[in-house]
Design a protein around this ligand. Structure first.
Ligand code: TYD
Length: 215
């Protein structure tokens, strides 16, 4: 976790988040990174948002699968509530033990999906998550960047029912992608942006090179 002055405390764990549109391959990269770190004898905690805790799994069910209407602000607050509980009860304790946390999605997802996708505003949504987590930011965020049309073809091929966000139209996902790229440009030290169309092993090698420098 990064302190407010941007430095990483040497005696703490490391926190790596993966971001990108649906179908960009985050889960595959999280698994490959976990395996690589464990082979080096590191203790890894693998988690995700929404749904990294028991409370989070209840929130995930509502926010992704509720059949009726959920307003954009309510949706943003549900993701933020999941995040607050997740950071307080799982992520911070793991980092304090010195573990490496590999996390599928964090606050950048809210800025991209709720801030840009739902047009709530990037700054407001980011501030909401920072308040929720007492301003916790990862040491590294890997953005798997992919054209929304390619991602959609991957999701179609996987033949799984779409959740509330995946079911959104193409313009929504185009806004999400642009927002992610803007976030990465604004914080180049925290982000590693990779072309998610590359083969998984090439992506894994690029992630490992960057993580190696963090350890
Ligand atoms: P994810 O768990 O990556 O989906 P899956 O398990 O189906 O691969 O993410 C679930 C969805 O939630 C995804 O469409 C992105 C969305 N999401 C937000 O809109 N805001 C957020 O803050 C987070 C964490 C996820």
């Amino acid at each position: 976790m990064t302190a407010t002055d941007g430095s990483v405390a040497p005696d703490r764990g490391r926190w790596i988040t993966l971001e990108g549109g649906d179908g960009s391959g985050k889960t595959t990269q999280a698994a490959l990174l976990q395996e690589w770190l464990q082979q080096r004898g590191r203790t890894v905690v693998r988690t995700r948002e929404p749904g990294g805790t028991e409370v989070g799994r209840l929130i995930r069910e509502i926010v992704l699968h509720h059949r009726g209407e959920i307003g954009a602000r309510a949706e943003a607050l549900l993701f933020a509530a999941d995040r607050a509980h997740h950071v307080a009860t799982l992520v911070r304790p793991a980092l304090e033990r010195g573990d490496i946390v590999i996390q599928d999605r964090y606050l950048d997802s809210s800025v991209a999906y709720q801030g840009a996708g739902r047009v709530l505003g990037a700054d407001e949504v980011r501030e909401l998550s920072l308040w929720a987590t007492e301003r916790a930011l990862p040491d590294l965020t890997v953005l798997l960047d992919l054209e929304p049309e390619v991602a959609r073809r991957r999701l179609d091929a996987a033949d799984k029912p779409f959740d509330r966000l995946e079911a959104e139209r193409g313009e929504f996902h185009a806004r999400v992608r642009e927002a992610y790229l803007a976030l990465a440009a604004a914080e180049p030290d925290r982000f590693l942006v990779l072309d998610a169309a590359l083969p998984p092993q090439d992506l894994a090698a690029a992630v490992q090179a960057r993580v190696e420098a963090l350890l």
